[in-house]
Design a protein around this ligand. Structure first.
Ligand code: SF4
Ligand code: ZN
Length: 759
């Protein structure tokens, strides 16, 4: 350990702990000990503090013991004349720094001072509607801490390695050109990017704003704040990853740090001058096993046998080889990745624009648009079909009809994308599963935006992409490369035809529509009775070791990401993977949904923690939950029915708990009669809690569900013989307590009130 770094970190730590202590005293006086402290939409309190100490901070009055612990970890500055290894002291001071920083952010939230305002910043989020809504969205703030919903939605990718991890960038790059290139390099590797800090008042957040780089969850770039303290949200993310995916509990500091050291690919990149607080924060980060790379001249800490992971690397920007700042930036990022020591796979896609999942969320606004296919003025369709082996030529990409060279800028044209695949393991059932990937694959190209599917696809191409030479043929290049890379186990040959010639276009569109109809009917016709096999999903056992989802045609996985067809395809692709076929066996009770084979499997899959599972009941042996459920339903005894709250809904519910609190109650792979996590689309299934009365038992539902699934709910209501039932179901706009709920139900003559008692 360098004495210089130790001294700076210890100085920084002492100062920030003092600052936190002073702020806490002020807050105790001004706001009082009962004032609530909460990071938005997380069930993990102040996560770093929870992870290290097990303390659940929810109000100002919970903080004094935290600050006491921070003080206890502080060490005096090393004497000028003695040489010691300092490592332990410095790491301790690092932890103290993290506690202080998180406490400060918590208090700032209590004061309403977080997230930090950032005039002019609009983040891309999940509630994506149309690319033409410029200026209408709320904006003007950085993101602040990442919420649990987002952590979960990145979860499967983080667990299975598609998303390697994150880079926490602190400071400002040498130039805007360097800033943009650093970001692009990381995006291409699917690495999440967290931004904080500044140098002389200038932050990389400002640089990216100036360069028009879109930030937000959709583009994997999350701006935390312009001060160093906000970098604590990166440590909070790492901590929650361990708690969520690593099976670690609050207070198991060692487990949490080991998880991150070995399972989480992350590093910190300090751009520009490094001051005492940055050194202190870096010392905190070293505890997680994350290396710190600086682009300025600083003393290095190189790994030795003992301190295998404590790296501080100096890579002065001006000394990096390269003619332009962009070139230097590229080398800098490569070096960071080498230091962390993980091979990051990039699928080579032979197109003239950058490619990676991080570009999936990018929008192309009308003003930046070269051309669009589909949307208001034209039509685009995409159709994937399996063909006999000898009729498909792998890698053949054909454009039939004119390209868009002669269409005026900002114009439109019809296009059809036909993908033919062949493979010994390919089945017709997989066609829609693979076809759905077209959306993700095409979206991965920078400057291309893809929305929708089938014959309502809508693709926009930016001027920049067109200038770089992107043509229609490149859609085929992308699809060929990605289907081969991602689905090589079932697909041997891929051939793509792009059609703009009107007559042929019309013929294929007709053909595609027949196939869409056929698939619709097939899916809708598929019932639990029509198959003899359900599928298990144990993907979430990496963090909920006893949880199993049983996925049937009429009940999808509780995360909403896996339906029966997906599981079937996944089993074919990876026969020893997390989705295994389960023979239903003898039907024990068709109403409650007991099957001999499913029960047998549940016992084994849950390692004995579950004896029986009822597929269609929430009251008796309900399916367990891991934590990724899209919705939670819970009995409201006074109303003789259930409420359903969705993950998107942060409001209070008549159960007296918000989604996050409920989530804490029903996860972890245990059966809790009366409480159940489930996928959104299970609500409209014919099998939805049919043993308990089905849709008519629902007395309260988050308005988000009513609005986002309006059509489907309407159809389900008609099928259930009560077309107006949705209007009789309360939501958070009319009732957040039982007292408000009951009169509403009475006024609407809700059927649950006259149904047989639930227990
Ligand atoms: Fe996890 Fe169940 Fe979704 Fe599988 S289906 S990923 S086990 S929540
Ligand atoms: Zn899960």
């Amino acid at each position: 350990m360098s004495r210089y770094i130790a001294a700076a970190a210890i100085r920084g730590a002492n100062r920030i702990v003092k600052e936190a202590d002073d702020l806490l005293h002020k807050a105790l006086k001004e706001l009082g000990p009962e004032a609530p402290i909460q990071f938005p939409n997380t069930a993990y309190y102040l996560p770093v503090i929870l992870g290290f100490t097990g303390l659940e901070v929810s109000k100002i009055g919970d903080l004094p013991p935290v600050i006491e612990r921070a003080k206890a970890l502080l060490h005096p500055q090393p004497e000028g004349s003695i040489w010691l290894p300092y490592l332990g002291e410095t790491l301790d001071c690092g932890v103290a720094t993290l506690f202080a920083e998180e406490a400060i952010e918590g208090i700032r939230f209590a004061y309403g001072q977080q997230p930090e305002p950032m005039p002019g910043l609009q983040l891309t989020g999940t509630s994506f509607t149309s690319p033409d809504t410029e200026g209408e969205e709320a904006g003007g703030y950085v993101n602040g801490p990442i919420d649990d919903i987002q952590l979960r939605s990145w979860g499967i990718q983080l667990v299975d390695g598609r998303m390697p991890g994150f880079a926490a960038i602190i400071g400002a790059a040498k130039s805007n050109e360097a800033a943009v290139q650093i970001i692009r390099e990381l995006q291409q590797r699917n690495i999440l990017i967290f931004l904080s800090g500044s140098v002389n008042g200038r932050s990389i957040i400002h640089q990216l704003m100036e360069e028009g780089v879109e930030m937000g969850y959709d583009t994997y770039i999350v701006p935390f704040g312009t001060d160093t303290i906000s970098a604590i949200y990166a440590a909070g993310f790492a901590t929650r990853a361990a708690l969520t995916f690593g099976g670690v509990k609050g207070g198991q500091a060692r487990g949490m740090l080991l998880y991150n050291k070995f399972r989480c690919f992350a590093f910190a990149l300090a751009l520009g001058e490094v001051d005492d607080l940055k050194y202190a924060t870096a010392a905190g980060v070293l505890n997680y096993g994350f290396p710190v790379i600086a682009d300025t001249v600083i003393p290095q800490i190189l790994p030795t046998g003992v301190t295998q992971y404590e790296h501080v690397i100096s890579m002065p920007f001006d000394d990096i080889e390269g003619k332009t700042d962009a070139e230097k930036a590229r080398r800098l990022v490569q070096h960071c990745i080498e230091v962390r020591g993980v091979k990051v796979k990039i699928t080579e896609v032979p197109i003239p624009v950058p490619y990676g999942s991080a570009f999936e969320g990018e929008r192309v606004r009308r003003a930046d648009m070269r051309i669009e296919f589909g949307g208001k003025y034209s039509r685009a369709f995409e159709y994937l079909m399996m063909s006999p082996m000898d009729e498909v030529e792998d890698g053949k990409i054909e454009v039939i009809g004119p390209g868009f060279e002669d269409i005026e800028e900002g114009g439109y044209m019809d296009v059809g994308i036909v993908v033919e695949v062949a493979g010994r393991k390919m089945q017709e059932d997989f066609e829609p599963v693979l076809e759905r990937q077209i959306h993700y694959f095409i979206n991965g190209a920078s400057g291309i935006q893809h929305i929708g599917q089938r014959d309502i696809a809508w693709i926009r191409l930016s001027k920049t992409a067109a200038e770089k030479g992107f043509t229609l043929k490149h859609f085929g290049e992308i699809l060929h490369a990605r289907f081969q890379a991602d689905f090589g186990a079932i697909v041997d040959k891929v051939q793509v035809t792009i059609i703009t010639e009107p007559e042929l276009y019309a013929q294929w569109l007709e053909k595609a529509r027949v196939a869409y109809d056929f698939r619709n009917k097939r899916l809708a016709d598929m019932t639990d009775e029509s198959v003899d096999t359900f599928y298990s999903c144990t993907l979430c056992q990496s963090f909920a070791p006893d949880h199993v989802c049983v996925v049937s045609p009429e009940r999808l996985g509780l995360c909403g990401a896996y339906n029966w067809l997906d599981c079937k395809a996944s089993f074919q692709i990876n026969p020893t993977g997390p989705n295994q076929p389960i023979l239903k066996g003898e039907v024990i009770d068709p109403v409650k949904g007991y099957f001999e084979g499913i029960n047998d499997y549940a016992k084994v899959g849950s390692h004995g923690s579950v004896e029986e599972v009822a597929m269609y009941s929430a009251m008796e042996n309900p399916m367990t939950a891991c934590g990724c459920f899209e919705c939670i339903m819970m009995i409201i005894p006074e109303a003789n029915g259930f409420m359903i709250v969705s993950r998107e809904d942060t409001s209070m519910t008549p159960a007296g708990m918000t989604f996050s609190t409920l989530a804490g109650m029903c996860g972890g792979g245990i059966q809790t009669p009366g409480v159940m996590g489930h996928g959104k689309f299970f609500i409209v299934s014919n099998k939805f809690i049919r043993a308990d009365g089905g849709l008519k038992r629902v007395v309260w539902m988050s308005s988000f569900l009513k609005e986002s699934m309006g059509e489907e709910l309407k159809a389900a209501a008609e099928r259930e013989g009560d077309p107006d039932i949705i209007d009789k179901i309360a939501d958070e706009r009319v009732a957040t307590t039982v007292e408000e709920l009951l009169p509403f139900l009475e006024e609407k003559l809700h059927p649950a009130l006259s149904m047989p008692p639930l227990f």
